[in-house]
Design a protein around this ligand. Structure first.
Ligand SMILES: [Zn+2]
Length: 125
């Protein structure tokens, strides 16, 4: 079950009329399969920073980058506030739309939605 992504608010939407995509535009791709996930230009600061180091209840450490949007990532499962890393934001798993690799999490709060992606599972392409 994959919920559609909400469209970005107007002030964050790309402006295709004024910006042409070129072959030189870098893309951040799934490190496993190469599917385009997001772009360096989609980096955002959430909770005061772009990069966060977080530890999950099982003791695994993740270095996350915050992105909005990440069209190549699919939200999975129900949103939950349990053990959330960003106060007031419920999370779902985020997986690669092409290969299903776990790439991070989608965080959903009153102020909007963003993705926390595991940086070593992305590569520039
Ligand atoms: Zn993939």
């Amino acid at each position: 079950m994959v919920a559609p992504l909400a469209p970005p608010p107007p002030d964050l939407a790309p402006a295709p009329a004024t910006r042409e995509r070129t072959a030189a535009d870098p893309v951040l791709a799934c490190a496993r399969c190469g599917h385009a996930i997001t772009r360096p230009a989609a980096r955002v600061a959430r909770g005061g920073a772009h990069v966060h180091t977080r530890i999950n209840p099982y003791g695994y450490v993740f270095q996350l980058g915050c992105f909005d949007p990440a069209e190549g990532c699919a939200p999975e499962g129900p949103a939950t506030l349990e053990h959330t890393w960003f106060a007031g934001h419920a999370w779902r798993l985020g997986t690669c739309r092409a290969c299903g690799e776990h790439l991070g999490w989608r965080f959903e709060g009153e102020t909007g939605v963003f993705w926390g992606l595991i940086l070593d599972r992305l590569r520039e392409a």
